[in-house]
Design a protein around this ligand. Structure first.
Ligand code: AMP
Ligand code: ZN
Length: 114
């Protein structure tokens, strides 16, 4: 989508520090990192968020999982631990309406989240 921030990062129209890319996914540094490792892992295909997952596009969640796992190994946080976060809607704190998985690690993460 032309007016979608993350579609524009996929299209290289808006710059980002891209750390991984394959045919289905792209991962880049969050512009406002909340931990030493804070990547956003997104499907290249535009999906607005968790509510828009369906039988046809659910495969993208598998792609996100695979990419996120590769990144934890690359960052060497697979053993120390990390967190996946997907915010949804107003109460969930979603601000960008293109599905994205936050991959956070490199420090002890508080629980419960705010
Ligand atoms: P959410 O609140 O879950 O929708 O997450 C959106 C995330 O996108 C936030 O953590 C922002 O810091 C991040 N963000 C916003 N704009 C950019 C950008 N241009 N490049 C990288 N990350 C961004
Ligand atoms: Zn998009």
């Amino acid at each position: 989508l032309d007016n979608c921030l993350f579609c524009n990062i996929v299209a290289r129209k808006i710059p980002a520090k891209i750390v991984y890319e394959d045919e289905n996914t792209i991962a880049f540094n969050d512009i406002n990192p909340q931990a030493p490792t804070h990547f956003l892992v997104i499907p290249k295909k535009h999906i607005s968020g968790l509510n828009d997952l369906n039988d046809e596009n659910l495969i993208n969640m598998m792609h996100l999982s695979k990419t996120a796992n590769q990144l934890t190994k690359q960052e060497e946080i697979a053993e120390s631990g990390y967190r996946w976060v997907i915010n949804s809607g107003k109460d969930g704190g979603q601000t960008v309406f293109h599905l994205h998985l936050h991959l956070l690690g490199g420090r002890n993460l508080n629980w419960p989240p705010g």
